[in-house]
Write a protein that binds this ligand. Sequence first.
Ligand code: SIN
Length: 475
Amino acid sequence: MTNPVHHLLHPDAFDAAGLAVTNPADGSIVATVRRYDVAALTAIVESADAARHAWAARTAKERSDVLRAWFNAMVENAEALALLMTLESGKPLEESRGEVRYGAGYIEWFSEEARRAYGEVIPSFAPGKRVLTLRQPVGTCAAITPWNFPLAMITRKVAPALAAGCSIVVKPAEATPLSALALEALAHRAGVPRDLFRVAPAVRSSEAGDLFCSHPLVRKISFTGSTEVGKVIMAKAAAQVKRLSLELGGNAPFVVFDDADIARAVDGAMASRFRNAGQTCVCANRFLVQDGVHDAFVAALTARVDALRVADGQAVPGAMGSLIDGKAVTRVAGLVEAAVGEGAREVSHGHDGPARGAFHRPVVLAGVTPAMAIAHEEIFGPVAPVIRFTDEADALRIANDTPFGLAAYVYTADVARQWRMMEGLEYGMVGVNDGLISSEVAPFGGVKESGFGREGSSHGLADYMSIKYCLVGGL
Ligand code: SIN
């Protein structure tokens, strides 16, 4: 295949003196891209605001058609997009292909939802008056997106924004701007007006965040990232009462009851914990396993982990890839060491990856207790801590004992218990007998310190629209 970088990006995205993007699997430089300072970012925001009125004035069908053309362009370039993602993020090629499909799914979905932004006529409270609502675009939006899903975390913000009639400026993660820039180029080629949607790698991330929080033309900010940074954005955006969607950290429990199908639970555990080398906000972060199946579950999970290959995701199909950088490896290694220091046991013998890249072996830790630090940290790496529990009340108490509330998973054959757990878990998303829950058709988002707002589904469009109540009198 031709080099996906030059095949996909606008020629003006490059700058030899700009931001160097590194392949974490081997440390090589993939490309060097242009960065924008505050003055340039301000101009981009202002142009986006100027572009939105003509876009909002188009019919919903016209906006839908442009989004559909963008979706088609992604499908046509799927293999090049996947390779680009693997090069900049270390994600195995098979997972990158999956993310391209997943990310494109949001564009397809919102091209359809664009035509269903219905208002309402509400039965009136008085004769001679009619009560109705219009749904209107929020205005110019800004998005700050993470490196763990370099493409899908952008499409699930940009597609609903454009479907609603908004404009949007994206500051992509420093580690993975190439997928974002490729998406932007494909969108423009498909007919999205240039100023309406821009991707702008920043000279300094914090400056871009400050600009988005303080520029009066930015009416909404959507952020996916850490709870720590989310709180800063929330505080700064409060000065102008901006609309926010915050998809923040998680500490997902994965609860396995005695009556669970253990083979299915282990499949779910592998998919949920080791997807993207454990670097997703919805990865199972703590395995709570009931006494009766604890040892069998640990043995089966350990066997799978020991068999996992760890390698450059481009070179070895089916292998677990690298982490995003060396700092992430050090952090994960520190968490494992601290847990072992507190009494946990590393029962797996996972393979180390190639020494040259940012690899960490997959780990199963047994003997973890809810009091240990690792039970309260978002690990963001390939480590599965297992905590033993006795009964349902115990499981629910441990599962909910966290300020986070993004995703939770439960494995049980008992239908009544499935309902009790779905209702009792204080999380925005619950997977029952399944470890992979993300889809463009479903509302993704958290509660508590995992944030608010929903991405995907019809709720994802509502997040980019305001409801205007109109009363018509004198009838
Ligand atoms: C995330 O890690 O933030 C998103 C994960 C997903 O969409 O499944």
